[in-house]
Ligand binder design. Structure first.
Ligand code: MTE
Ligand code: CO
Length: 416
């Protein structure tokens, strides 16, 4: 770490954009990629009837959700991860959104799907999908992060790649009906203070959510990025709970009960609660604190081009608002630089940042630090452990470090 400071290349990092062209090779004489007529130019390609619902180029076959074998005792109650290092911008393509199921993917027939509202309401109601489509809709972009994202990193650097350390997140545009409209239609009784959404899958997952949140910004979503929800994301209907932990976003949503107190079911007691250093568990941690990660370079996306102009990029998000600022360091925290934000900035949505610098070929320690619109700053691992201990597997939003060696290879490490 000591030998990675005060190098000229690092200090002039902010100016590297103008040096960009210097790293580009002059035209090579006799390059067969230019001089030869490639296969794809020698015959006609497929017609417009070949791909009625498109899929990515075969050259992108490595871009996929992946799981971790030792975390996957049985794939029907497990997780796979979004390949963050292969993506750019802020929107996650539907086919790459990580999946977390407690009882596999329910294949629900939308014609037979019903949403029931019962409990402390004036009129218990049942909606078909087409009933729901007659309420006014809204379009909003939100991240969904599982509370267990980065959960394997509490005690030390463990999984080697941002897909595995940070890939339990996706960010899409939802189309849906504000939950408030449907609750107002049923008429919540004065004693009603909580809701209990329930899934139609074999896990019948339930979570207690305060009525205040339900009436604020929750959506009954049926579209993501313009198309129908994918089966793995809860087709035909899922609850969107902006900024709050992913477990509350009940998929295949079939029922919402209104009650006067939380139910304390499995997912909010033995799971998704934070065990602290003194053995006490924190009751309910709903909002996801500000967090960021550098996606490139990273262990699955090493620097392959050698010294010279280098693009560093990553994502940041906060369950409490937007991300006006991200700082990055390439020397393990000795010098911090303000990253360049690019792309739309929405509350409770992913943000994209870049930092272009001139790599001199020596080892680096890369970190990013998010600031959210409330003024909160993403903590170091040491700061987080001081408050939370290391017993939890949930809600780890600490700063992540990637070490880069002379060959541009990256590794998950910790610096104190
Ligand atoms: N809803 C139902 N019905 N069944 C589930 O297993 N998993 C929850 C939540 N909603 C789950 C569910 C968890 S723990 C998370 S993190 C998110 O859905 C994952 O959403 P995704 O599969 O779209 O990534
Ligand atoms: Co989860």
């Amino acid at each position: 770490m000591a030998n990675s400071t005060t190098r000229r290349g690092l200090l002039k990092g902010g100016l590297a954009v103008s040096a960009g062209l210097a790293g580009t090779k002059a035209m090579a004489a006799g390059d067969p990629a230019i001089t030869e007529v490639q296969d794809w130019a020698q015959s006609l390609g497929e017609g417009v009837d070949a791909r009625p619902y498109g899929s990515p180029s075969g050259f992108e076959a490595h871009v996929k959700r992946r799981n971790v074998e030792w975390l996957t005792a049985d794939p029907v109650s497990s997780v796979n991860f979004t390949p963050l290092h292969e993506l750019d911008g802020i929107i996650t393509p539907n086919g790459l959104c990580f999946e977390r199921h407690h009882a596999g993917i329910a294949e629900v027939d939308p014609g037979l799907h019903r949403l029931m509202i019962n409990g402390l309401v004036d009129t218990p109601l049942v909606f078909t999908m087409s009933d729901l489509m007659r309420f006014p809709r809204e379009n909003r972009v939100y991240f969904l992060e599982c509370a267990a994202n980065t959960g394997m990193e509490w005690r030390g650097a463990q999984l080697n790649g941002c897909q595995f350390t940070h890939g339990m997140i996706h960010n899409v545009m939802y189309t849906g009906v504000p939950l408030r409209y449907v609750l107002e239609e049923a008429g919540v009784k004065t004693a009603g203070k909580w809701i209990l959404p329930e899934g139609a899958d074999a896990s019948a997952m339930t979570r207690s959510i305060p009525l205040e949140k339900a009436l604020d910004d929750c959506l009954l979503a049926f579209k993501m990025n313009g198309e129908a929800l994918r089966p793995e994301q809860g087709y035909p209907l899922r609850l969107v709970v902006p900024g709050w932990e992913g477990n509350m976003w009940v998929k295949w949503l079939r029922r919402i009960e209104v009650g006067d107190q939380p139910w304390h079911h499995r997912e909010e007691t033995s799971k998704y609660t934070d065990l602290l250093a003194d053995g006490q568990a924190r009751r309910f941690t709903w909002e996801m604190d500000a967090k960021s990660v550098i996606t490139n370079p990273s262990p699955q996306a090493p620097i392959l081009h050698g010294p010279g102009p280098t693009v560093l990029t990553g994502v940041a998000w906060s369950g409490r608002g937007s991300i006006p600022r991200v700082d990055v360091t390439i020397d393990g925290g000795m010098n911090w630089h303000q990253a360049r934000m690019s792309g739309p900035s929405f509350d409770k949505s992913m943000h994209r940042f870049y930092y272009e610098f001139d790599w001199d070929g020596s080892p680096l320690l890369l970190q990013s630090r998010a600031h959210d619109s409330t003024g909160y700053v993403q903590p170091t691992k040491t700061q987080l452990r001081e408050v939370r201990g290391v017993n939890s597997i949930y809600h780890n939003n600490a700063i992540q470090t990637w070490a880069i060696d002379e060959k541009g290879r990256a590794e998950n490490v910790e610096v104190s």
